[in-house]
Design a protein around this ligand. Sequence first.
Ligand code: PMV
Length: 321
Amino acid sequence: MTKTARAYTNIALIKYWGKKNKRLKLPYTNSLSLTLDRFYTDTQTEIINDKHDIVYMNQNLLDNNQNKRIISYLDTVRQMYSFNEHFKVNTVNHVPTSAGFASSASGFAALAASINETMNLKLDRKHLSILARNGSGSASRSIYGGFVEWEAGNDNETSFAVPIDEHPDIDLSILSVVINKHSKKISSTVGMESSVKSSPFYSNWVTLVSSEIKEIKQAIAKKDVQKIGELAEHNAMSMHALTLSANPSFTYFEPETIKIIQLIQELRQKGVFAYATIDAGPNVKIICTKESIQAVQTYIEQQLSNVTCVVANIGQGIQYI
Ligand code: PMV
């Protein structure tokens, strides 16, 4: 029996938004994230004597429509490492009910690590990151714990994540605020493509990210949590400006998303540490300190009745159990 690979999700503080190569998932810019400790995926793969893969997710067998993305990823991996084996994949997402985190980062990082284990590929973490990136861009960063930078690179061999500080001694906690609402989902791939193609601000974004990456790395080195919060919030709002300025315009925000952004601004005016970051969905992740997180959660829950809050701390990289 092979070991189970466990990967944790990550939240981008400086975001990846736009692919310069769609097939290889090469980004236009570097990005920088924090790996979290609460939300993870456990994956185990077994070689089967068959010409088709079978995939179980959370104990359910996926049909040919549901498993498409995973099967196509397994085809890519077979091609990259020149083998023909097929697999029974067992993957379980440990994400508290609707915590609002996409499972693609932890999911593809765990799957890459699991194939590495089962096929005895003996990949180092750089090559594991490359393999994970081929499943989902943000998965390249979930190979490592703590603060992680994904270097954009120019081809398959040069686009991978590197650890900035895997065990940072820094006072940061994340409050995930889930808006209990099913909004129409524009996938990150479609959203990125549309932003790159039609937002007049896309080239400004590329310039902005390159300077914000430098600044946030300095802030991390200095443990300047306020600067980290300010940069992360500004970067997230700039990313969402690309969706609003695309043609046709679109947004991941729901009315509650805007309300939470306003509540965070009010909290800051009262001297409470809180900064917002938002991915390709309506939920808000609030960057807090250990001291502020309780006050932030209480305030949000008082003002909004239909939300769920989940607290996460800094997590680790790939584990084999
Ligand atoms: O890796 P994807 O295709 O799920 O894209 C992730 C996009 C964002 O979450 C919005 C930003 C990021 O860097 O994780």
